[in-house]
Design a binder for this molecule. Structure first.
Ligand SMILES: C[S@@+](CC[C@H](N)C(=O)[O-])C[C@H]1O[C@@H](n2cnc3c(N)ncnc32)[C@H](O)[C@@H]1O
Length: 247
């Protein structure tokens, strides 16, 4: 459980191999001073992830389209994407929809078949019970036995790719903080228990909290030393995972 201070391109390759890399880089979509696209990290991250691992990268469609060649040139293939739906969004422009979502896309190394990538698809317990009505003829008059109606429980179902999680409005320590509950879903899906997650643009360290709660190891990297301090302090307050459940 560490958050290192510095440029992820210099620091993170030294801590390879990672079971999973999480990257939430500046999207480079606005003229804001902090929103400058970082070049060169994709190829470095690809070399730093295990052959059976994958990268989850946050971005906007605009940022993915602008950087698509970086992923292809690095030998990364897209597997799938999820949409994070939040309750509060940004509205920089009055002539567009209020933006209440972000994308996260999963990439893996082209030489590894998808079936070999660690992938523990998450499920939700909210399937509605399914009742199968099978009208059967009673075996003979007067004999009524059970089983005229067969009821089957719905059981778990695959988690949907549009995931609603409230953003950290009011509690956030970083302007673009991702809810740790959201990163925990990605981490549980793509990093084996006890595996190592590399968070290349760590910000508030929200993913570190998710690792702590789910029993994964974590190395984050953040270029802003003040933010690193705050992220470290926050992580120190999260109780570690214990076998058999949450603390
Ligand atoms: C979009 S924010 C990440 C927010 C984070 N996911 C969270 O939940 O708090 C991007 C972060 O990357 C940091 N950053 C920018 N360039 C970097 C670099 N070269 N190496 C490491 N961190 C960098 C920024 O200071 C910023 O905190």
């Amino acid at each position: 459980m560490t958050i290192l201070t510095g440029d992820c391109r210099d620091i993170m390759p030294w801590h390879a191999p990672f079971d999973m890399i999480l990257a939430d880089p500046p999207y480079g979509d606005t003229s804001l001073a902090w929103d400058r696209r970082v070049e060169g990290w994709v190829a470095l991250a690809r070399s730093a992830v295990k052959p059976t691992g994958s990268l989850w990268v946050f971005g906007s469609l605009r940022s993915f389209m602008a950087t698509a060649d970086r992923f292809a040139d690095a030998g990364l293939r897209i597997a799938q994407e999820i949409v994070w739906e939040k309750q509060n969004g940004t509205g920089f422009h009055a002539d567009r929809f209020k933006r209440v979502h972000e994308l996260a896309a999963q990439f893996y190394r082209v030489e590894t078949p998808w079936r070999d990538i660690y992938n523990d698809v998450q499920t939700t317990p909210d399937a509605t019970a399914r009742t199968v009505r099978r009208k059967q003829r009673p075996p003979h008059t007067g004999h009524i036995d059970a089983g005229h109606y067969l009821s089957r429980d719905g059981g778990p179902r695959l988690m949907r790719s549009v995931i609603y999680v409230r953003n950290c409005h009011g509690r956030a320590i970083h302007p673009t903080e991702k809810p740790s509950a959201l990163t925990e879903i990605l981490i549980r899906t793509s990093c084996p228990p006890g595996g190592l997650v590399g968070d290349w643009f760590a910000g508030s360290g929200a993913a570190g909290k998710a690792c702590r709660l789910s029993g994964r190891r974590y190395i984050g990297c953040e270029i802003d030393p003040e933010m690193t301090e705050r992220a470290r302090a926050r992580l120190a307050m999260v109780l570690p995972f214990h076998d058999g459940g949450r603390p």
